[in-house]
Design a protein. Structure first.
Length: 333
């Protein structure tokens, strides 16, 4: 019994062994024990905790980006324009002013982008094209909100933001509506994007059908020109030489004036009636009898000298039927 008790005696703890065992730094069978960290299990736990925390932060960032709650800074070179344009062109003077504002105060309002639907790693802007252009010119990153948007959500966001914040002109809004219709968006989506009813949308589309795109581009945005004036121009263009108007508005002197002034010039040019060409006049003689012939695009007039040959006009008039029959006979009719 005593021997059994001796065998079952527990081995001393490592701390006790360190206290009683002699120190021997010689390796046993060529094995050199490695130093162990003070708390290996705790270190692993801490590392796993850090990884978990980072993954949770990344997941939260992704969730916030999906709902548009976080503003991030992106390289402007990775952002493409919207697939449907809502502007004719960015005004150079307005862009220069915006560049100076951002340089002085920073970009106060972020733009809205979505992950590009076709190119991985790129983005597509919904609104904020001018801010994007300004940051590109300055050479800084652009502050943006990233959201997963369908095509319909993008154009609605684009239209509503521009209607609320920027001074899109009437013709730019009408062009935006026309481009959305060309891409087969429903009237409900277009009305939501522009914040208009059916009647207003119909008038916008009428203007675009009446005023050719080349003429719209020659005029420009015309920010002070509203619906009534554009409809008036469209009606007057029905009887005007549109190509001539475009040529005049594209001349160098016309490009120096504002787009509102170019619209006024287009309206004046469309209002002018084309002068009818003067009839061609020809003088001849028939057996010594003076005859004046006046020709126009629609007919001819013969004037006989009544003093030289009184009654000759009546003579010709009485024989017009026979002359016409002879004319048809010679033509083989």
């Amino acid at each position: 019994m005593a021997r059994k008790n001796l065998i079952e005696i527990s081995a001393p703890s490592p701390e006790r062994m360190d206290a009683v065992a002699p120190r021997d730094n010689r390796p046993i069978a060529g094995f050199v024990p490695q130093e162990r960290s003070a708390a290996p299990v705790g270190g692993i736990t801490k590392t796993l905790g850090n990884i978990t925390e980072k993954m949770e932060r990344a997941s939260e960032l992704e969730r916030q980006l999906a709902t548009g709650q976080t503003i991030v800074e992106l390289d402007p070179g990775l952002i493409d324009a919207s697939f449907v344009s809502d502007r004719l062109a960015i005004d150079a003077a307005e862009l220069a002013q915006l560049v100076e504002q951002i340089r002085e105060h920073g970009q106060q309002v972020p733009i809205l982008v979505r992950p590009h639907p076709e190119t991985r790693g790129r983005y597509q802007v919904a609104y904020g094209h001018r801010r994007l252009a300004a940051t590109r010119e300055i050479g800084i990153r652009v502050r943006a909100v990233v959201r997963d948007l369908t095509d319909g959500q993008l154009v609605v966001s684009q239209g509503q933001e521009n209607s609320a914040r920027t001074n899109l002109s009437y013709i730019e809004r009408a062009l935006f509506a026309s481009r959305l219709e060309e891409r087969s968006f429903g009237r409900d989506v277009i009305m939501a994007a522009l914040g208009v009813d059916k009647a207003a949308l119909s008038r916008m589309l009428i203007v675009i059908r009446q005023v050719p795109l080349d003429l719209v581009n020659a005029i420009g945005a015309a920010p002070d020109i509203g619906r009534r004036r554009w409809l008036e121009l469209g009606e007057r263009l029905e009887k005007a030489d549109v190509e001539k108007i475009i040529a005049e508005l594209s001349a160098d002197d016309a490009r120096k004036i504002s787009s509102d002034e170019r619209f006024q010039r287009a309206l004046v040019l469309a209002t002018k009636k084309t002068a009818a060409p003067k009839p061609a006049m020809a003088k001849t003689q028939v057996s010594g009898v003076p005859v004046m012939i006046k020709k126009t695009a629609s007919g001819a007039t013969f004037v006989f000298d009544g003093k030289t040959a009184p009654g000759f006009d009546q003579f010709v008039q009485e024989r017009l039927k026979g002359l016409f029959q002879e004319f048809n006979k010679d033509r083989g009719a």
